[in-house]
Design a protein. Structure first.
Length: 90
């Protein structure tokens, strides 16, 4: 079965330093999401933490909608990649 793709969503689709933008649940657009834990993973320059070679920071979220998901930033050689994914229960 093909895995469903979820997209990082914010309330107004703009991210800038002048205006806060509320993160939404990537599954159902739920507005109330709570941080459950933050995990730092070392990629050992060998793709061990994510699709890239470097380190990863994951912020695990639990939505009042019932969905669990994570907001992640992957790092490698000065480039940074942000993405989200649906996760299992806490
Ligand atoms: Zn949701």
């Amino acid at each position: 079965m093909k895995k469903k793709t979820y997209y990082l969503k914010t309330e107004d689709d703009s991210l800038c330093d002048l205006k806060l933008s509320k993160l939404l649940c990537p599954v159902c657009n739920g507005r109330y999401n709570h941080k459950t834990r933050i995990v730092k993973r070392s990629g050992h320059d060998n793709y061990q933490a994510w699709k890239g070679r470097g380190n990863l920071i994951e912020i695990f979220m639990h939505g009042e909608c019932g969905h669990n998901w994570s907001l992640s930033i992957g790092f490698h050689k000065g480039e940074s990649f942000i993405f989200c994914k649906q996760t299992r229960k806490r």
